[in-house]
Design a protein around this ligand. Structure first.
Ligand code: ZN
Length: 104
């Protein structure tokens, strides 16, 4: 279902601004939900854990879970997932940089 493609991942992070630093042993996955429900749940979880700086919940398109392949260079890179969440581009950091310098 197109509308059911979102999961919420919560857990403890080394860097709460980077989902890739999530501690796997603390990871809890909720869903899948539609985007609205997922956003609401993530917000609730973040508010509930507001005292813990390292705890964070993310809304993630569940397709991202299995795929870290950059659309530009077709290489697998951990930064692809992060860039997709942050900027909605399925791209690795090196291609992202190249694109910034040489726009298409
Ligand atoms: Zn790339």
């Amino acid at each position: 279902m197109e509308n059911d493609g979102f999961i919420v991942i919560e857990g403890i992070h080394k860097n709460p601004n980077n989902i890739d630093t999530l501690d796997e042993s603390s990871k809890i996955v909720h869903g899948p939900y539609n985007k609205k429900k997922a956003s609401e749940l993530a917000k609730t979880l973040n508010q509930k854990n507001i005292d813990n700086f390292y705890h964070r919940a993310w809304v993630v398109n569940k397709d991202i879970q299995t795929d870290n392949i950059c659309e530009e260079c077709k290489k697998e890179d951990a930064s692809v997932k992060q860039n997709l969440i942050m900027h909605s581009y399925k791209i690795c950091n090196s291609c992202n940089l190249a694109k910034t310098i040489f726009p298409l």
